[in-house]
Ligand binder design. Structure first.
Ligand code: ARG
Length: 305
């Protein structure tokens, strides 16, 4: 594939429409379309589904991944030549991360990447159990994931453990759990497991099974409980503090509130641990190395080992 064609494919997928890609590349939409057709002819397969926004086909994903790798390496060379900060000289880094990491420590890592790198970040929010499919498809170059096993063409390194605690507001505990949860020394013995199986629960989205995992772990079961779905990390935490329901919060989002009494821990000594890994494309890229270093450092400071 020709270099310009690879750039065109990336622009098309990132922008979503032929018109927007044309604008970004300062071409006409029909020139963009011709380049994509030329690539499809070379590949002997359809690469792009013409819907709004466009979606790469399985073959398109393969070429897209190749295109992004080429761009990444070109960006490295440009930076080394001192051209990294020229307009248009920026390298876009698509990364996948789960909401709770994004909402707690991940931005600190991005902020620690040297500004001279000329990187712009393109973040995909996805559940930690599903970020690897974005890696596999070539949509992102690196991902925070709970999957240890390296995706083909990637390397995997352990970042640490995100510790979640089951918490609720004191008023919620009084109303639904007989006010005994978290009382010093009671542990789960004092927890009204049956009450918890009927009390309103806060879930992040339909993929969030942390609350159910916790319930199973303490021998409870949620039969027909009211479930809130609050799909942003900080708002999820706020919903729990405000007493909408109980839920599992990362320590980063509940230790202060547990300290000042705005939250009560339902079962002290029964955290849910989520071990996280950083998987990245296995190519020698200085920029990707810099991001990997920063992510590793900030994760080590913010997570349990
Ligand atoms: N796994 C999802 C994410 O971080 C949601 C996590 C659910 N959070 C929670 N506190 N229960 O993107």
């Amino acid at each position: 594939f020709q270099l310009e064609h690879l750039h065109t494919l990336v622009a098309l997928v990132e922008e979503g429409t032929f018109e927007a890609a044309a604008q970004r590349l300062r071409l006409t939409a029909s020139a963009v379309s011709q380049r994509i057709k030329a690539m499809e002819q070379a590949a002997g397969q359809v690469l792009i589904q013409r819907v709004n926004p466009v979606i790469p086909t399985a073959a398109g994903d393969i070429v897209l991944r190749h295109a992004r790798q080429v761009q990444l390496l070109e960006g490295d060379v440009a930076t080394e030549l001192g051209a990294g900060l020229q307009p248009g000289g920026r390298t876009s880094l698509p990364l996948a991360v789960n909401a709770d990491c994004l909402g707690t420590w991940f931005l600190d890592a991005l902020a620690a990447v040297p500004a001279e790198s000329g990187a712009v970040f393109d973040i995909y929010r996805e559940d930690q159990e599903h970020t690897t499919s974005l890696l596999r498809s070539g949509t992102v170059m690196a991902a925070v994931t709970s999957t240890a096993e390296a995706v083909q063409g990637c390397s995997s390194a352990r970042l640490g453990t995100m510790r979640y605690r089951a918490v609720a507001s004191p008023r919620f505990v009084d109303a639904w759990l007989g006010g005994v949860a978290g009382t010093a020394g009671l542990g789960t013995a004092g927890l009204d497991t049956a009450g918890l199986g009927t009390a309103p629960m806060v879930n992040f989205d339909r993929r969030d099974d942390l609350q159910h995992r916790f319930l199973r772990g303490i021998g409870g079961r949620a039969t027909d409980v009211p479930r809130h779905h609050i799909p942003t990390s900080a708002d999820f935490a706020r919903a729990v503090v405000l007493g909408l329901g109980w839920g599992l919060l990362p320590e980063q989002q509940c230790l202060t509130e547990l300290g000042d009494g705005r939250l009560v821990e339902l079962a002290p000594g029964h955290p849910i641990d989520v071990v996280l890994y950083w998987q990245r494309w296995n190519i020698a890229s200085r920029l990707l190395d810099q991001v990997t270093d920063a992510v590793g450092r900030v994760a080590a400071a913010s997570l349990h080992p």
